[in-house]
Design a protein around this ligand. Sequence first.
Ligand SMILES: NCc1[nH]cc(CCC(=O)O)c1CC(=O)O
Length: 315
Amino acid sequence: MTTAASQRLVIATRESPLALWQANHVRDRLLALYPDMTVELLGMTTKGDQILDRTLNKIGGKGLFVKELEAALAEGRADLAVHSMKDVPMVLPEGFAIAAISERETPYDAFVSNRYASLADLPAGAVVGTSSLRRESQLRARFAHLTIKPLRGNLGTRLGKLDAGEFDAIILAAAGLKRLGYAERIRETLSAEDSLPAPGQGALGIEILDARDDLKALLAPLNHAATAACVQAERALSRRLGGSCQIPLGAFAEDDDGFLRLRGFVANPDGTDMVYAEANGSRAAANGLGLQVADLLLTEGAAEVLKRLATAAAD
Ligand SMILES: NCc1[nH]cc(CCC(=O)O)c1CC(=O)O
């Protein structure tokens, strides 16, 4: 058994520029804590990166981005996998754990356009690119006059399609744009009222094999308690509602000195039957808060919305 100081760790990561930025960020933080450690990246291509002509909800959802990385952990080819928490399924496979969630970058969605300064400026028929049912339902609820078209691919690809004139505007996570140095392309940061973020948006998670107690101690300093509690509440809400990217759902928690406010919504993809709920609770009870807001949503109409979505998906 080597000590942490001289340990060699391998981080499994997707090879998109954003994933590599995130893996390098975790490596830098580890090296700052443990200067004598060796940290290497193992780049991998996932199914979610390969299949770009269909929307994620049609090809199996979020799990597509993490399965290959988990296989590398299980086979001992890597010690850690770094993920955007937004891409991590609500239920981890048996034997895996999220050992740390680092401090959140901005959680909000961003409006990006070469022609218009804000969402409210878009004229009738303007074409907005997004493949997220969460973003689409919220846009349609407030701006029924817009045309929503699918947009997939990594960040650079998406900006390229906007620049090629395929869209009047696109909606992206502000966090990814900031990390990759594209902050100046954000024309408007959408508030939580404009576009409630996705569970885990803007937060990074480090996944390990649950049995690796050695890594848990080592990674503990990278965990940010407030972010971890917010993400836990958001994910508990989403999990209770069967959360996946097949459901138009948002969940967003904010931590004010140990006191959480959690907001959630569910709607039809066309923005109708929008159900919204929120509640407050202590950081220590984050999981229960998620379940509480999920139950509020269910009793206020989300149960019917989810049932209709399930029926439609089975057709
Ligand atoms: N769905 C892909 C994805 N996963 C995480 C991010 C952004 C970074 C983050 O939320 O941490 C993005 C891109 C986007 O939604 O624009």
